[in-house]
Design a protein around this ligand. Sequence first.
Ligand code: MSP
Length: 519
Amino acid sequence: MSGRYFVTTPIYYVNDAPHLGHAYTTVTADALARWHRLVGDEVRFLTGTDEHGLKIQRSADEAGITPIEQADWASARFREAWEQLDVAPDDFIRTTEDRHRASVQAFMQRIHDNGHIYAATYEGWYCVACEAYYDPDDLVPDDDDPAGPGRCPIHLRPVEFLSEENWFFRLSAFAETIERWLLADPSPVRPEGKRNEALGLVRGGLQDISISRRSVTWGVPVTWDPSQVFYVWFDALINYATAVGYGVDPERFDDWWPHVHHVIGKDIIRFHCVYWPAMLAAAGEALPQQVDVHGFLLVGGAKMSKTAANKIPPIELIEGAPDKGYPALGVDGMRHHFLRQRFGPDGDLSVETMVGRYNSDLANGLGNLLARVTTVVGKKCGGVGPAPRPDSPLAAVAAEAVADTVAAWEAVAPSEALDATWRLVGETNALLEDTEPWKADPGPEVDGVLGDALEALRIVAILAGPALTRSPAEIWRRIGLDGDPAAARVPDDVAWGGYPGGRPVEKGAPLFPRLSVDG
Ligand code: MSP
């Protein structure tokens, strides 16, 4: 299997530092990129920061700095957080870069030239936190101002009335195109419930939308009317095209577009499953291949965001923060936790569940398996790893784990993929418990079981690589293998029987020391 795989995250607003919600999306996209490299695809992984708009202008004003100072500071925090989580994008885009300004102007000029933009007056209720206008029907009641318009349904903050002479995009003309795209088989939007949500937005009727702001100065000037800047969402969405050379390198753009897989949270479905495909259609480009939508990580039932004020910086869970009761999960523990989260639905984030999952999957599961095998090989095989048995009872278990892991990553179901991989860990631990090689005399029987277990560890070290970026290389080394499990290829290198035997096996310190809830 090999092809081109272009995976993106939303680009994050620079009004604040990264929190676990951003980290969740980004680690998922990073794991998908790593998986696709394992299966031999040519991969591009893009993330970045969304730096224009009223929200950034205002938060810079509040902090008494310029918008670019604000953006430089926050963008650097995002890069730093991704390094701390071993997130390795091929490109980190900032919307204040020249390459992006040029691409936005070329893209929007194309839509204009194609006759899909006109001037009109806009009046409506605007949420600055969302950077979006709201239909009065979509606002939620405001207890502090029952006679007022209501509040933003996402941020629960008061909306503002804006009235401007703007440029408008003829979104209404694209309803049929978007509906046809949404109804394609296989669906371009997953999971199914989210496709239905997008269909509902289209079938509910699409209004033309204002794409410029006269009152905002922090943005990309409208090419044909420099007194205005492009509305920040139109600017931001185009980042996906900028990054593969839109407008400057048509060949590169054609190589990567539309093999794009957008990973987004459920809060931005309207923008990615309605506006963005319509913009692409209006510019004469192909619509995205895939949009994968995940739910929110909730803390005590509330979404994490600056507004909700219960955000957690990722580093506090990687390194631990004893004063707050956070244990040190390490990079692998943190990534594993995110990816064991079911992708579609919302999930509650608590220290108890994080520690529970770490202990059961990593400390008692994989870590214990490695410790047992390396210890017994030391005691019963003179520290030299035996080869696996071709007719091992684990061979079929491994084949099934591989097939299920492959299918689940393909379906963007990381939690099911890890479940499948961990079934091999569980069955191998069970085989050891049944046969108790630590009690038996050295000989072919013990060699066979331990060879099988070493082979299972080799396979797991490859399959777990998209989630765990550190421990697989250490497992590889301790079981005496050369090279790097991340350089392996699935499925060829995970076929049963690859562990050569005759290699020195080393027992080291526990890979995943058990954690307790109080850190
Ligand atoms: N700048 C826009 C996106 C533009 S994309 C062209 C934006 N930025 S954001 O900083 O608010 O990030 C939104 C994304 O962060 C969500 O879509 C989601 O992927 C992620 N998350 C933010 N909070 C989250 C949770 N509490 N849980 C899971 N993911 C969350 O919107």
